[in-house]
Design a binder for this molecule. Sequence first.
Ligand code: PBG
Length: 367
Amino acid sequence: MAQADGSGQSTVLETSGRAIAPLSPAPSEDIQGDPPTAEGMHLSARPRRLRRTATLRRMVAETVLTPADLIYPLFVIDGVNETVPVAAMPNCERRTIDRLLAVATEVHRLGIPAIALFPALDPSLKDERGSEALKESGLIPRAIRALKAALPDLVLIADVALDPYTTHGHDGLVDDRGTILNDPTVAVLAEMARVLAAAGADVVAPSDMMDGRVGAIRAALDGAGFYETSIMAYSAKYASAYYGPFRDALGSAPQWGDKRTYQMDPANGREALREAQLDGAEGADWLMVKPALAYLDVVTRLRQETRLPVAAYNVSGEYAMVKAAAAQGWIDERAVVLETLLAMKRAGADSILTYHAMDAARWLQEA
Ligand code: PBG
């Protein structure tokens, strides 16, 4: 094996006896400083050549993260000039529409193309059927109209699901035995989507995981003339413990049971492809995987199987973990956030919904 016979079959054994470099940090230009002497290894490939300087690394980077990849989720409350913090989500307070406008202006200025809106409703407006979700004068339609008037170019994504509107906190209608009803829920969601489109939403995003809702929403939108409103389907939305802080923000935690009869089992990857295929066939314009970080394999599989754009949702629990560790001084927040978002893009996400969007966009502009 270890023959230095000029055959090019050098092995690591040849280096025995050479001085080993001390472990002190060396300037990056010196990393490849081995002289091409006879004792050097004759390797046919040295991948480190392309890592030698920052410029070379930038030339061969396979993935580049930009603010245009990001979507910023925002929580809306009724009232005037008020913000209410969310304990586990520093910097993501619930905001009244006027305060929302100020943030959205900054989001737009930073080059982030889209925001996703979620209502934190006054409990007095909730009922068993989520009726408030169908009101043209509701909180989210009002927010959409105000945002569209002020920032026509900012893409507005409106969530379609009943959980922020129901007293029980489930995404759909419930019968007296506690079963989440599919088909009656879909009819309500289709009307909800029409109301959101009428208010001016560019994208409606069903996050409820009922069967057949994408097709029903497409039909309702087209029936009302909203051919240009697109559908971002939460195709692979898992029954995840990572949604905790979001449910606190909205006061939408299920009052009994869990969401496992409609959201997906974290054990399943193949099933995500089935969901994605159904949503695509029903007319989804974008597909989403949620949560992101623990499901990057699903993002990759979807990216490979579909021609539609794939979004990944870097959810509230993922954000809270980073924020908590950073507050303790245990991680470098900026480095961890940019690495995480880059990894999501590398895995195949075309867009990333993330509460880090504004920070990340600023850091990317500085870089
Ligand atoms: C509700 C909805 C949830 C999230 C987005 N839409 C929570 C849930 O399904 O209980 C979670 C977002 C996050 O955790 O950041 N349909």
